[in-house]
Design a protein. Structure first.
Length: 214
């Protein structure tokens, strides 16, 4: 029986909800935003700062990094506000903090972890038994993702589709950059599911059955 399930998902596919339902059905811990809190403890950065900059770099930061400046190391006077030289770039610091957070949380016991390259991180971690790991990718047709975004985020359809494309592009860029793999490529996951085929509840139930039988 798989003890660690990672959920990668397209925005609007319902992957987060499926992850929560799956964790409930299995009696597993569920980690999403908790990764940010743990990463904050690991890095000395504030959870708010990590959340704001997670998987994206504001233009000023990006410009500074491209020009050779880097983000201040935790513990220095400018650890949450300044740029200096000789330390890891902001994006690398956040990724490394979240990577360690994912490993720490996974080691606590059976769990479902959503996003943040967890599939790659745990697949390449010597501290995790790969035979106990199941990596899942959830996707859905654009029209269904737009409908869900309109209902949950109270957006108009045009804005919802634009946001979906932008967020998924950001997720893909982040994943591809830090893993040197392709986000959503079936070769990197154990299971890929269209959440519109069965709906969120039944998709979670199907995954629960798969976990129990694995």
């Amino acid at each position: 029986m798989k003890k660690i399930i990672t959920i990668s998902r397209e925005f609007g596919s319902g992957g987060n909800i499926i992850g929560k339902l799956l964790a409930e059905k299995l009696g597993y811990a569920f980690y999403d935003k908790e990764i940010i809190d743990q990463a904050a403890q690991n890095s000395g950065l504030s959870a708010e700062f990590i959340s704001k900059n997670d998987q994206k770099l504001p233009s000023a930061w990006l410009y500074s990094i491209l020009m050779g400046a880097t983000y201040a190391a935790p513990g220095t006077n400018s650890a949450t506000t300044g740029i200096t030289t000789g330390t890891l770039p902001l994006a690398d610091q956040i990724f490394n903090a979240q990577r360690q957070a994912i490993i720490d949380l996974a080691k606590k016991g059976p769990c479902v972890i959503v996003g943040r390259c967890a599939d790659y991180v745990l697949r390449h971690c010597d501290e995790i038994n790969r035979n106990e790991l199941l990596n899942v990718f959830i996707y859905a047709p654009m029209e269904d993702k737009v409908k869900r975004a309109v209902e949950q985020k109270k957006l108009d359809a045009k804005t919802a589709e634009k946001d979906i494309k932008l967020i998924d592009k950001g997720r893909a860029n982040h994943y591809n950059t830090f893993t040197q793999r392709t986000w959503g490529n079936r070769a990197h996951y154990d299971v890929l599911l269209n959440s519109s085929t069965l709906g969120l509840e039944k998709t979670a139930a199907l995954l629960a059955d798969m976990v129990k039988e694995s």
